[in-house]
Design a protein around this ligand. Structure first.
Ligand SMILES: [Zn+2]
Length: 508
């Protein structure tokens, strides 16, 4: 296979995989039909294919910067593809096991995916805790399969020359996770007091039947849903607001035939919102299931950031270098998702766009609440990173110690006591937590850049939109570290992110 043929196949494989994931998660197909696709394209991710890609990279001349970069991405994607291919059976068994796990609740039979929405809207903490206990029990019944999958990750990584799945992911992404963890541990220390002070105010004011000393993960869902802010966030205004926000930066969503929004309720639809790159730039699908209130607004704008990023990728680049569309590094696209999600943390934006929040103190309290939710997420992912470093270096995935470490780190970082039962469930593949963290740090710097260049209301500047589109054209060709340096920042900084969030959650 020539490298041109390889790229063509790689692009077709990713299109088909994304479509299969979309169909399964949207509830259109009962099973994720990924196994036959992995079989059909098995040539892409063999030891031989990896060796050939490395040889082509070694022979590429240093003047071919784009080609070298592309080959590095393809090699990274091939390592990850090798793991996926080797674990495809157990991955499907997990999906099957979880779809068969049922929870009986108030005369209804729920799937494990239905629980988050109910927990989010349940005002009684005792009800939340009971449902949460049943949910974690249901997930526990598939934990053995999850352990088996991590074991297979380890043996598959060794087959292609790595000491562990940790070493494989580090090489595939080019990210030094330990160095990143040093920065994020400092972030945890710096933001600890401001976070807990702000959280305590919300818990004591808005969550009447929860005691501050006994805050649990079951309560987190209700905290994050924030029903007390509902008055300003009616469900029927969401899409209209999206259209306005995009129009202000010069994007007419009614002309964007390539972005399809799927917000239809379906019985087995997965409520975790996501965006799929079915065919770039012609077919981008945004999957979304409303849960309620401000949570939907934040989630939708986040996914819309991904959708816009994918929809504006240059057609010729996608054809020439599909690895810049389906990059093994997700931080770049997460950065744009966070940029649009952040509009709900922006006092001026809230005042300008939400009629119920025209008065400064009302907008301020919503901006503060959303910033606290962001700070919670960042802290939670800092704890995930240090736990996942331990996990991907582990020898025994059934050990109680791992579950305890997960529970302790999550509980300490967030203040919501977390059940150890989720220690293998609450892990996104491929150190995705590190992509989120780098994206948050980048987004804070990028937003500062946009404000300096286009003013505090950068989101009304057509020129800002044009600049975004220019960057989106390049897909994920540039890492967030490279984008930051192109924009004049030395490096992305967690100190800057910490300062920004500490200021945003402080009570005046
Ligand atoms: Zn995202």
């Amino acid at each position: 296979m020539t490298i041109t043929e390889y790229r063509r196949e790689f692009s077709a494989y990713n299109s088909e995989i994304e479509l299969a994931h979309y169909q399964h998660r949207s509830g259109l197909s009962a099973e994720p039909r990924t196994e036959p696709i992995l079989d059909r394209y098995s040539d892409l991710f063999t030891k031989d294919a990896i060796a050939t890609l490395k040889e082509i990279l070694n022979n590429a001349s240093s003047s071919q910067e784009t080609e070298q970069r592309g080959l590095r991405y393809l090699i990274g994607a091939a390592y990850v593809g090798y793991l996926e291919r080797r674990t495809k059976e157990v991955t499907n068994e997990i999906t099957r096991c979880e779809s068969l796990s049922k929870i009986f609740w108030n005369g209804e039979t729920l799937s494990v995916h239905d629980v988050a929405k109910i927990l989010s809207n349940e005002a009684s903490s005792s009800q939340r805790r009971e449902l949460y206990a049943r949910w974690t029990d249901a997930l526990r019944s598939c934990a053995d399969l999850r352990a088996a999958r991590f074991e297979e990750f380890q043996s598959a990584s060794r087959e292609i020359g790595f000491s562990s799945s940790y070493a494989l992911y580090k090489e595939a992404s080019g990210v030094d996770y330990e160095k990143l963890a040093n920065a994020t541990n400092d972030f945890l220390t710096r933001t600890e007091t401001p976070y807990f002070n702000a959280l305590r105010v919300v818990v004591e004011r808005d969550m009447a039947d929860v005691s501050w000393s006994d805050l649990r993960h079951a309560d987190f869902f209700y905290f994050n849903r924030s029903v007390w802010l509902d008055a300003a966030f009616a469900a029927n205004r969401l899409k209209q607001l999206y259209a306005i926000a995009m129009q202000e930066v010069g994007i007419r969503i009614e002309q964007q035939q390539n972005i399809k929004i799927d917000d239809m309720p379906r019985p087995s639809k997965n409520p975790r919102a996501a965006c799929f790159r079915i065919k770039i730039p012609d077919d981008v699908r945004l999957l979304f299931l409303p849960i309620g209130g401000i949570l939907d607004y934040r989630t939708f704008f986040h996914e819309a950031g991904h959708a816009q990023h994918f929809a504006w990728i240059s057609r010729s680049m996608a054809e020439r270098n599909p690895e810049f569309v389906y990059s093994p590094d997700y931080a770049t696209t997460e950065g744009f998702a966070f940029l649009f999600q952040h509009l709900f943390n922006d006092l001026l934006w809230l005042q300008d766009h939400l009629p119920a929040l025209q008065r400064e103190e009302q907008a301020q309290s919503v901006a503060r609440a959303n910033s606290l939710a962001t700070l919670h997420s960042v802290r939670r992912h800092c704890a995930k990173l240090s736990y996942e470093i331990e996990l991907h270096n582990a020898k025994d995935f059934r050990s109680e110690r791992l579950a305890q470490s997960y529970s302790a780190q999550q509980s300490q970082a967030t203040g919501f006591k977390r059940n150890g039962a989720l220690y293998l469930w609450d892990v996104d593949d491929g150190f995705y937590c590190a992509s989120y963290l780098r994206a948050w740090a980048f987004e804070a710097a990028f937003r500062e850049y946009l404000k300096t260049r286009y003013g505090r209301r950068w989101w009304t500047a057509r020129k800002a939109g044009e600049e975004l589109i220019d960057i989106w054209n390049t897909g994920s060709r540039y890492s967030v570290e490279e984008l930051a340096s192109l924009l004049g920042f030395d490096e992305i900084s967690f100190d800057f992110l910490a300062d920004d969030l500490i200021k945003a959650v402080r009570e005046e």
